[in-house]
Design a protein around this ligand. Structure first.
Ligand code: GLA
Length: 338
């Protein structure tokens, strides 16, 4: 009797730890052979197709290299992040790629990784040290934020001109998330490009979002829209697709017709549902950077670092961008294998 309950207890511990390591959507860790190299890939928002794409291409890199297994874990907060690192170490992983849920976790993540002798590559969002400065010593692969933001601003301006809108009745709603540097750089890039093109700075209204998702952005947008009943046409700026989608939903809620709104997102892969709708909305399109490249290269770099001691580059900013609209998004995504 004693033995039986002890065994059941042990079994449940094993099951629980496998579950903890496996995390969101991951392959079972016990399926690998002893010489398989295990690498973690931790992302803050696994619900975003952006991060699912990074995971898919991390797997592709692992397959191309051979004998590499990617352990994918969702890390929506600090506690889950630190637990994930413990679990990775326990499962014998040698390093991980991470998009942190909060850049200020950088020092805690690095301390834990160092204690376990795990190598770390940051993706998308850069770590900050205790003084709030970027931790440039940690290798980083991210999108060229300022340039892609500038493109958002240029395309919005172009569309406004094509529609023949009078700037007098037009305003920019910029939904901001300035505590995240990549987000701040994108929206600042968009705003500076609009001003450079000739858009009046006094018609640009910034509204900070409390969370980086559609509901957060919707609230931020609603708060600003009600303050400007004089505006007939809105251009919407934001750091990614979900942010500008929150803005679009707010304009719809306040009675604006799709014709009077232009929003351009960033991420591309997160815009597929919106661009597939039978009738056009205020969401004109999205700038697609390279989540495939982020996922593939970061994995490849981490592997080479572990296997052959090749130090990764400290900073890679991926510039390539494709403007997806309703008429080209399927073909453009297919070209990239997405
Ligand atoms: C941030 C955003 C994501 C995505 C990545 C791309 O992490 O939260 O939606 O835009 O940047 O680098």
């Amino acid at each position: 009797m004693m033995n039986l309950s002890k065994r059941t207890f042990l079994k449940s511990i094993v099951a629980a730890s496998i579950f903890a390591v496996v995390g969101f959507n991951a392959e079972p860790v016990y399926s690998s052979s002893p010489d398989t190299i295990k690498l973690g890939y931790l992302v803050k928002q696994p619900e975003e197709p952006w991060f699912q794409t990074e995971w898919a291409f991390a797997d592709k890199a692992a397959k191309d290299i051979g004998n590499v297994q990617i352990i994918k874990i969702a890390v929506p907060d600090g506690e889950k992040t630190l637990n994930a690192i413990d679990n990775l170490a326990a499962s014998g992983a040698k390093g991980f790629v991470i998009c942190t849920p909060d850049p200020r976790l950088g020092p805690a993540i690095m301390a834990k990784a160092r204690a376990y002798d795990l190598k770390v590559i940051a993706v998308d969002d850069q770590f900050l040290n205790a003084a709030g400065e970027p931790m440039t010593e940690v290798p980083l692969i991210m999108m060229a934020a300022t340039e892609i933001g500038e493109r958002q601003g240029q395309e919005l301006y172009k569309e406004m001109q094509q529609r023949g809108w009078d700037v007098k009745d037009t305003a920019v709603l910029a939904i901001t998330a300035d505590e995240l540097d990549t987000a701040r750089r994108r929206t600042e890039g968009a705003i500076s490009a609009l001003i450079k093109a000739g858009f009046p700075a006094q018609h640009i209204y910034k509204s900070p979002t409390k969370s980086n998702d559609i509901p957060g952005a919707l609230d931020a947008a609603n708060a600003m829209l009600v303050q400007h009943p004089e505006v007939k046409h809105w251009l919407i700026v934001g750091m990614n697709d979900n942010t500008v989608l929150g803005g679009v939903r707010a304009t719809e809620g306040q009675g604006f017709k799709a014709d009077n709104v232009v929003a351009i997102g960033i991420n591309g892969v997160d815009a597929v549902n919106e661009l597939s709708k039978p009738n056009p909305t205020g969401f004109l399109g999205s700038l697609l950077p390279s989540p495939d490249v982020h996922g593939y290269r970061s994995t490849e770099m981490l592997y080479k670092w572990i296997k052959d001691g090749v130090e990764p580059e400290k900073y890679i900013a991926v510039q390539d961008v494709v403007f997806l609209k309703r008429d080209n998004f399927k073909a453009e995504l297919a070209k990239k294998g997405l």
